[in-house]
Design a protein around this ligand. Structure first.
Ligand SMILES: C[S@@+](CC[C@H](N)C(=O)[O-])C[C@H]1O[C@@H](n2cnc3c(N)ncnc32)[C@H](O)[C@@H]1O
Length: 348
């Protein structure tokens, strides 16, 4: 019998075995008493699979998806939706404290998705061995999927069409908005809330540098509020899209942020500059953090899809910037992922 104390970032419930070792198990919730089978052991911790819930949390719900548990996509369908947001919000604080070295980080209330299901405007499916679907949670091949409850109706329609087509083995991206080829936020509802929040966090006046700008999702919206807006992005198509609608004060540089940021920061008046960072899940390249310390700017608005790399980057920027606040955005309900908007100010 195991008593669950917490759910760690990544979605695994945490309890302690009688011998003192920490035990991680999926599908359980804080306060529950569960029966588990150990699947992997080390000296310090064990991993286990959930066999039975002996005493259920009042916030446990019945997962609506027939593939839940087998499919590797979702981790939280067994938790009420508002509870998922609470759990992720606590995880963001824990990770910023533990990996970021920030004492009592100011984590604001998590922002839920307007749609807890049916929110994905794109999915990537795989075909292998006669199956079309997603990777299994246990890593042993694919789960054949008729429809995904996270995907929008349009995307599920594309999946049904694909299942009637012959397509070669491999991965296929199915998009609701077929014209969007570069990066675009996956959950339109949360994307819009995030865009509003970034816009408010950036304020107005001076120069805005949007690093990892995609097609200018944040930069273009802010063009009227800043004298000058500069976007940096290495995807050619995204840059072309950004340039096609840019106002006169917006410019977009195609290239690696690590290679092109120096020239932009050297020219800018740091005291009147705001930087947006929205990197992929690996976070910032070392050179990018070095440059932001070497050429301090007034404010950094960091949009992260990985709290662990965000925490690492905040630690590396900490000599010059302090965290004002971090707000979790639930871009991917039912999954272990969480997006975070962190606002950093120059210390001196
Ligand atoms: C998380 S997306 C954000 C895009 C945009 N901010 C948005 O909200 O639509 C990250 C973007 O960074 C770009 N990217 C990733 N690594 C990069 C690098 N080293 N230099 C330039 N762009 C990069 C990707 O092509 C992608 O468009």
């Amino acid at each position: 019998m195991l008593e669950i104390k917490d759910v760690a970032f990544g979605g695994k419930a945490v309890g302690r075995l009688e011998d003192g070792r920490v035990c991680f198990s999926p599908d359980a919730l804080p306060g529950e008493r569960v029966q588990v089978t150990v699947t992997r052991e080390t000296k310090r911790f064990v991993e286990a699979q959930l066999d039975r819930v002996l005493e259920a949390s009042p916030r446990r719900v019945k997962p609506p998806c027939p593939y839940y548990g087998a499919c590797g996509g979702c981790s939280y369908q067994h938790a009420a939706y508002d509870y998922q947001v609470e759990l992720k919000t606590k995880q963001v604080g824990d990770v910023l404290g533990r990996l970021g070295g920030i004492e009592n980080p100011n984590v604001l209330e998590g922002v839920p998705s307007p749609l807890p299901y049916g929110y994905r405007n794109r999915i990537t499916v795989h075909r292998h061995g006669g199956r079309i679907g997603f990777h299994r949670r246990d890593g042993k091949g694919l789960v054949d999927i008729e429809a995904c409850l996270l995907a929008s109706d349009e995307v599920n329609k594309r999946l049904a069409e694909l299942r009637r087509e012959r397509f070669h083995e491999g991965a296929r991206v199915l998009r609701e908005h077929a014209s969007r080829m570069g990066f675009h936020q996956t959950n339109d509802g949360v994307g819009a809330l995030l865009q509003d929040a970034v816009s408010e966090a950036c304020g107005s006046g001076g120069c805005l540098i949007d690093a990892y700008c995609g097609d200018g999702f944040f930069a273009h919206r802010l063009a009227k509020k800043f004298q000058r807006v500069i976007g940096l992005e290495w995807n050619e198509r995204s840059i072309a899209q950004a340039r096609s609608v840019a106002h006169a004060n917006e410019s977009y540089i195609e290239g690696d942020v690590a290679a092109r940021l120096a020239e932009v920061l050297e020219e800018a008046d740091g005291a009147a500059t705001t930087v947006i960072l929205d990197p992929p899940s690996q976070g910032l390249d070392v050179q990018v953090a070095d440059l932001l310390r070497a050429y301090p700017v007034a404010k950094i608005v960091y949009v992260s899809c990985n709290p662990a790399t965000l925490a690492r980057d905040l630690k590396s920027l900490a000599a010059v910037y302090e965290l004002g606040s971090a707000t979790p955005f639930d871009m991917f309900p039912q999954t272990a992922e969480v997006e975070v908007l962190a606002i950093l100010r120059r210390r001196f």
